[in-house]
Design a binder for this molecule. Sequence first.
Ligand code: SAH
Ligand code: SF4
Length: 350
Amino acid sequence: MNGLKTVKEIYIFKMTNLNKKEIIKWLTTGDASELFALADTTRKKYFKDEVHIRGIIEFSNHCGKDCFYCGLRKGNRNIERYRMSEDEIIDTAAKAGKLGYRTILLQSGEDDSYDIITLCNIIKRIKSSIDCAVTLSLGEKSFDGYKSLKSAGADRYLLRFETSNKELFQKLKPDSSYENRLNCIKNLKDLGFQVGSGFMVGLPGQTYEILADDILLLRDLDLDMIGIGPFLAHHNTPLGGVVSGTLDLTLRTLAVIRIVMPDVHIPATTAIGTVEKNGREKALQCGANVIMPNVTPIKYRKHYEIYPNKICIDEASSDCRLCIEGMLKSLGRTISANRGDSIKRKPHIQ
Ligand code: SAH
Ligand code: SF4
């Protein structure tokens, strides 16, 4: 009121405004327990013990792009490709709705065989039959394409920038451009989507400096959701022989993100659970407040091999929801009953 700040306010201001040098220090200093505890306290302050679950439908593994890191790249001939029909997608979403999912996440490779009209139909049909939010993760589209998807009822969009380093981006994603990727994120924000972005930790050529810049770019973008995970080398890609990212650095990165962006939704991603068995539990204890169980029909799951050894792809894990409930209970966390929209206020233009 009189311009003076309380000690607590000053502390929060300091933490959310960490500079590059401070971020690198947190990413590299010996013992991460203080960092993790601080991130966990911050998560609890903003989101209590509620975890939002998003049911992910990986509806096509066809992709027109050739990203060096990804097993779905069009150059990979050792993959059985599939596409789910419109009806299959709707049925899968309906089943997820019955299981209690309040967010359906539709993800695919960049597969133009689903044109914008088809995608809009799918979104409209899901929204008219289930009381849920629809999140899309379909890659780069035109402004008008995104606009139609928004008008059809899509609520959120995930588009990782993958790395904030332009040179590295161009090397690893040669048929995209860094400028276009960032422009897509801007367009999505302008259109009123709740927007998520992120990157992979441990990409070949990624330094601590770059990683700190990745975090700072996330902060500049003022996002609603942030998804990160370790880079996991895939044998059928040009990066097959490269060392994968580690759990430790991924968790440190996640914890720093939570501290500098306290009000964003952060998932404990499948890649984190793949790099180590208890990875997702650990992520939920150092900043994450979201989990995204796979609801794709079992017969397709093993073919959506973005990276190898992905968890939750066999018969035994057909009911991810039960498994997730057990995991959350053991952590003293509960599944949120609401849609888990952004807790930031969004300006909307139509
Ligand atoms: N085609 C869309 C969405 C599917 S890919 C897109 O590219 O945006 C979803 C995410 O998987 C990518 O953003 C990338 O960050 C991640 N990914 C791809 N290959 C990976 C790998 N080898 N290890 C870990 N994550 C990977
Ligand atoms: Fe395609 Fe996305 Fe994989 Fe790139 S990361 S090859 S765009 S699915």
